[in-house]
Design a protein around this ligand. Structure first.
Ligand code: SD4
Length: 333
């Protein structure tokens, strides 16, 4: 993923088909680095948004929505693009392992009815998001962990695979020389794809999938598979998804908070900013040393995104345009 590149690709397939109204759109210049920062006041549906620069994933999701598919199918298949990308070292195949060399995946998905499914500490299966969907649709539970999740995946027909690529194995071996766990700092150490979509019926769904923090303790689970923390969808109000240091998101039940703030009347942008302020204003918060970013969308198709540190971005496919938008952030570099 080239997260810092600004892209703006007009899509022929979607152009002209989007319904809704464009209220306004403005960009301001980030004085620190002259990067464009979009203040995001476009409002129209359908749309797809995702954490980081994942234009191929949002293209896939848009393709599904554009041809009349559901937001649920869109977010699942969009996330699968990143999971299958073995070069990306933070999601699915090729993800960086824990400190013992195990690639373990966390994912969750939530639909318009408010149903959800999640897997935590899943090994040997690339498409954790699809296993999460199966948990939602084919079991009486909402979450399966570890060996049970893998067993269920195998029963559902997912093949056992080795997810540790040579590249990630080498990175782990290099890391072992010092074995220093630095649970952060910025995005280069970790990454996640969280995706939210509104389909042509105006219905919302969301998904989130990750290999978690590189070189985490064996057994560690972050926010990404935890409904309310890594992801929350409320089809009456909107949806939100988080990325960054999961421990801090969990402590604030971040995505639920963003959606609840929207329910109380905040715009997605204000809600993301307020949710970040709850983290940085926590007594003795060590926020200078970790990143958290939120993205959100409301029922009207207005979007918001905000992070603690520079370097975060959101990819948005809306009105037939796929663009990567550099996020505003709390900290000035
Ligand atoms: C986690 N939130 O496991 C995930 C990691 C992440 O960008 O989002 N990285 O804590």
């Amino acid at each position: 993923m080239k997260r810092r590149t600004f892209i703006k690709n007009a899509s022929l397939s979607g152009a002209g088909l989007a319904v809704g109204t464009t209220l306004a759109s403005c960009a301001e210049v980030n004085s620190e680095k002259d990067k464009p920062i979009n203040t995001s006041t476009v409002s129209s549906v359908p749309l797809v948004i995702a954490t980081w620069n994942v234009s191929e994933a949002t293209s896939k999701a848009w393709e599904i929505i554009d041809t009349g598919g559901s937001a649920l199918d869109a977010v699942e298949q969009g996330c699968m693009v990143e999971e299958a990308n073995a070069d990306g070292q933070s999601v699915g195949k090729g993800g960086l392992p824990d400190r013992d060399g195990n690639v373990t995946l966390d994912a969750c998905i939530m639909n318009k009815e408010g149903n959800c499914g999640a897997v935590v500490y899943l090994q040997h299966v690339t498409h954790a998001i699809s296993v999460a969907r199966k948990v939602m649709e084919d079991t009486p539970h909402v979450m399966l962990a570890g060996r049970g999740a893998e067993q269920f995946a195998n029963e559902m027909g997912f093949q056992k695979e080795n997810l540790l690529t040579e590249k990630s194995k080498k990175a782990w071996e290099d890391w072992k020389v010092k074995s220093e766990y630095k649970p952060i700092i910025n995005i280069e150490n970790h990454d996640t794809i969280g995706m939210l979509a509104i389909d042509k019926n105006g219905d919302l769904s969301g998904a989130c999938t990750t290999s978690g923090l590189a070189y985490k303790m064996a057994g560690r689970v972050g926010d990404s598979p935890i409904i309310g923390s890594g992801l929350f969808v409320d089809n009456e109000v909107g949806a939100a998804v988080a990325t960054g240091l999961g421990e801090e998101v969990v402590k604030r039940v971040g995505s639920f908070l963003v959606v609840e703030l929207m329910r109380q009347g905040m715009s997605p942008q204000k809600a993301c900013e307020e949710a970040i302020s709850r983290i940085v204003n926590k007594p003795e918060s060590d926020f200078k040393n970790f990143q958290v970013g939120y993205i959100a969308v409301n029922k009207k198709g207005e979007t918001g995104y905000f992070s603690i540190h520079p370097g975060f971005s959101m990819t948005r496919f809306q009105n037939g345009v796929n663009e990567n938008l550099v996020s505003k952030h709390y900290i000035k570099p």
